[in-house]
Ligand binder design. Structure first.
Ligand SMILES: C[S@@+](CC[C@H](N)C(=O)[O-])C[C@H]1O[C@@H](n2cnc3c(N)ncnc32)[C@H](O)[C@@H]1O
Length: 273
């Protein structure tokens, strides 16, 4: 069944088709993060997976938390003022523009996703403060030509850009394709640009097994990769400390209870020399 949803608040363009019969990554992720932008099929799969592997909820929260810390680092210490967030997901707390503009109000952010429900919510991602700018591009990450052309409306590619690829590269079927997409984007950006990439690693047999449930049911499949494969996304770039590490270990906020357990999700932030 394909369901059309009411887009009466939308200014222009065709109504996207929302498929509410197959769980979709953006919507299940939204469910795990406590959001309301999901359907019964998404909740059913989300519950099946968290029943088998309750740590998935910690992973969802830890991934968002490290993204928040990485963007704060980039807008703060690294002085980046432009962000390209591909595979944005549904709006949640601390979206990239909110975090970046809370540090540097003049920050400019372009979001990209191909999920029609994210498109419906894109307006919520376009609430830039007056000193900065935000834009949304409805595109597949593989269509880097369109992404770079349209992002050029908002971003100045003669100045550094931080590219955020969080939870998206594993949705590409092969590591070669994922690496190629990263290279095509990073190649056009100047020295001083950054890549933030985050994905699940295949280092926990229980997590690997639960992702098989995902791959039998949901769209698109998610390919667990080795730490070496994930590291290869960063070829030619220089990691900032502490390198490619578990999401709980990347510059954690101080906590009285000490470091949280690792989650077999890796993140790296690296600079183009
Ligand atoms: C697991 S969610 C991650 C959301 C967000 N980046 C985060 O880390 O919280 C993956 C997102 O990538 C998007 N996505 C997956 N494959 C994509 C593709 N080929 N092109 C564009 N977006 C894609 C999905 O629609 C979804 O919003």
């Amino acid at each position: 069944m394909t369901e059309e949803i009411d887009l009466s608040g939308k200014d222009e363009g065709e109504k996207p088709k929302i498929d509410s019969s197959v769980p979709q990554t953006a919507r299940v992720w939204n469910y795990w993060l406590g959001g309301k932008d999901n359907y019964a099929v998404d909740r059913a799969l989300g519950d099946e997976i968290t029943k088998a592997f309750p740590i998935m909820l910690d992973i969802a929260r830890a991934d968002r938390a490290v993204l928040n810390r990485a963007v704060r680092y980039l807008a703060g210490e690294a002085g980046v003022r432009q962000f390209l967030d591909v595979g944005t997901g549904l709006p949640t707390a601390n979206n990239t523009h909110e975090v970046a503009q809370s540090v540097a109000p003049e920050s400019r952010i372009v979001y990209v996703d191909y999920d029609p429900l994210v498109l419906v919510h894109a307006r919520a991602l376009l609430t830039s403060g007056p000193e900065g700018a935000t834009d949304y591009i409805d595109a597949d990450i593989r269509d880097t030509e369109t992404i770079l052309r349209e992002a050029g409306r908002t971003l100045d590619f003669s100045k550094p850009v931080a590219v955020i690829l969080s939870g998206i590269l594993a949705h590409l079927p092969t590591v070669e394709e994922a690496r190629d997409v990263v290279r095509r984007i990073m190649d056009v950006l100047p020295s001083g640009s950054y890549l933030v990439a985050l994905d699940g690693a295949n280092t926990n047999p229980e997590l690997n097994q639960v992702m098989e449930i995902w791959n039998e049911t949901a769209n698109p499949p998610y390919t667990m990769r080795s730490p070496q494969e994930i590291r290869s996304y960063f070829d030619g770039l220089e990691f900032v400390e502490p390198g490619l590490v578990d999401v709980t270990v990347w510059r954690p906020d101080p906590s009285p209870s000490g470091p949280p357990p690792t989650l077999d999700n890796l993140v790296g932030v690296a600079r183009k020399p």
